[in-house]
Design a protein around this ligand. Structure first.
Ligand SMILES: *[C@@H]1O[C@H](CO)[C@@H](O)[C@H](O)[C@H]1NC(C)=O
Ligand SMILES: *[C@@H]1O[C@H](CO)[C@@H](O)[C@H](O)[C@H]1NC(C)=O
Length: 427
């Protein structure tokens, strides 16, 4: 399998070499992407235009660089952070919006939203090879490098997301002043990269205590979202279809959105990862029923969910497809009740990348579900009817050569996002 991937990449690299340069003239001050000839290797920066000797500095492949000088040869002098140098024409990609000084892409959009993502960052643990269930043994994908962490940070910043519901995150428990606290070394490292890229110490996280090495976590940007409190469910976890209902307990957070530093509307986020494996419809139905009953119970008792809070988003890896033949009942039960599954027909695309053929999308298992009805999210703060499966990330510069690189560097799952309009709090 890996041999096939390498061949595919080699063919792609060759195709890039043979293609004539079709880049339009770039202007000074514009920002461009880079087109690497193979993933992982940075783009060489030369000291003189048109001269191929190379001093040893490289820009990371997924960078967006600013053009600072042009040359008759077509080479461009570019700047990326503190680095500056000439790049040859073969690496020149597309003109794109520049990153602002905060590291965010300036889209010029005026309406302010809280953007929420669900993302299973496959086996986010140092030293772990990945690829289950397709790529095992010799074919398993290597453990992530620190460059891969940078790539994941770049994906998060590109999505302009303020809160992420993450699955498969490594965490362990440490004793702090006599109390056991769950923490994640990997998320802490990712946060240091995010903070570095955004130029502010603004990212924070919480991780659940259950699920052994693959837990659930919240990750958010404190500049735009605040955590009010969070809790972890303790639902009875029977074995159904031979699998625990909850290998990891759902985690629930109450967050509020900020506008110009003021606290505006708040909402409850429920992060779920249902049982993996095949033919789990009965397991998934029972798990979802328990989660929904738990939400009602908590709200009824004014416990983890305040009794008047109607804005709820459930997100996660449900390992269930709304569109396959192993029909879970919960989709339609929820839709006919007070929930809107943000995926109504097969225009909702695949969310998981499989390995064979490399990078193809196979299953549609990651979802966002929002509360609906008077005072709830749908129709008021949320107007999207489908979650946004972030296939745009597959076009990030460093992975111009396929979804396979996304899987190698980030995950077999694509993130899905939904926008919550920032408005006065009505509940
Ligand atoms: C922060 O970013 C700069 C510029 O990209 C880089 O040189 C530096 O190593 C980064 N620091 C950390 C701690 O990642
Ligand atoms: C659920 O996960 C298993 C791997 O554990 C996978 O084989 C199966 O196809 C997934 N279900 C769906 C609907 O994709």
């Amino acid at each position: 399998m890996l041999a096939l991937m390498q061949r595919t990449l080699a063919v792609l690299a060759l195709a890039t070499l043979l293609l004539p340069s079709i880049a339009a003239a770039q202007e000074i001050g514009e920002c461009i992407t880079l087109t690497p000839r193979r993933p992982g290797l940075g783009i060489p920066l030369h000291t003189q235009a048109g001269v191929n000797s190379w001093e040893g500095e490289r820009v990371p492949v997924d960078s967006i660089v600013t053009v600072v000088q042009t040359h008759d040869s077509g080479w461009l002098r570019v700047r990326f952070d503190a680095l500056e140098g000439w790049i040859s024409t073969r690496y020149i990609g597309d003109v794109v919006p520049c990153l602002t000084t905060t590291g965010l892409i300036d889209t010029g959009s005026s309406e302010q939203v809280c953007r929420i993502a669900t993302w299973n960052i496959e086996w986010f643990k140092d030293g772990k090879s990945r690829g289950f269930p397709e790529l095992i043994g010799d074919e398993a994908l290597p453990a992530r490098t620190s460059d891969d962490f940078g790539f994941i940070a770049k994906a998060i910043i590109t999505m302009e997301v303020e809160l992420l519901l993450l699955q498969e995150i490594h965490g362990d428990d440490i004793e702090v002043e006599g109390e056991w606290v769950a923490h994640s070394p990997e998320l802490e490292r990712l946060i240091s990269i995010l903070n570095n890229q955004s130029g502010a110490t603004s990212w924070d996280y919480r991780i659940g205590t259950t699920g052994r090495d693959q837990r659930l976590a919240f990750l958010w940007d404190t500049r735009t979202v605040g955590l009010e409190w969070w809790c972890e469910a303790a639902l009875p976890s029977d074995r159904v279809n031979g699998k625990e209902l909850f290998d990891r307990q759902p985690i629930v957070g109450m967050f509020s959105c900020f506008k110009d530093g003021l606290e505006m509307n708040d909402f409850i986020a429920v992060n779920l990862h249902l049982a993996s494996g095949q033919r789990n419809a009965k397991n998934h139905d029972m798990a979802m029923q328990r989660v929904l009953e738990w939400i009602e119970l908590e709200r009824g008792q004014d416990n983890c969910i305040p009794s008047d809070e109607l804005d709820i988003v459930i997100g996660g890896d449900l390992n269930a497809s709304r569109f396959d033949t192993w029909d879970e009942d919960f989709w339609d039960t929820m839709e006919s009740g007070s929930w809107d599954v943000l995926a109504d027909d097969t225009t909702y695309p695949g969310t998981r990348l499989r390995a064979d053929p490399p990078g193809s999308l196979v299953s549609t298992i990651d979802y966002l579900i929002v509360s609906k009805g008077t005072g709830a999210l749908q129709g008021d703060e949320v107007t999207m009817t489908h979650g946004h499966v972030r296939h745009d990330l597959l076009a990030l510069p460093s992975i111009s050569n396929s979804a396979l690189t996304f899987r190698l560097r980030a995950s077999d799952h694509m993130p899905v996002t939904v926008d919550v309009r920032i408005t006065d709090d009505t509940d």
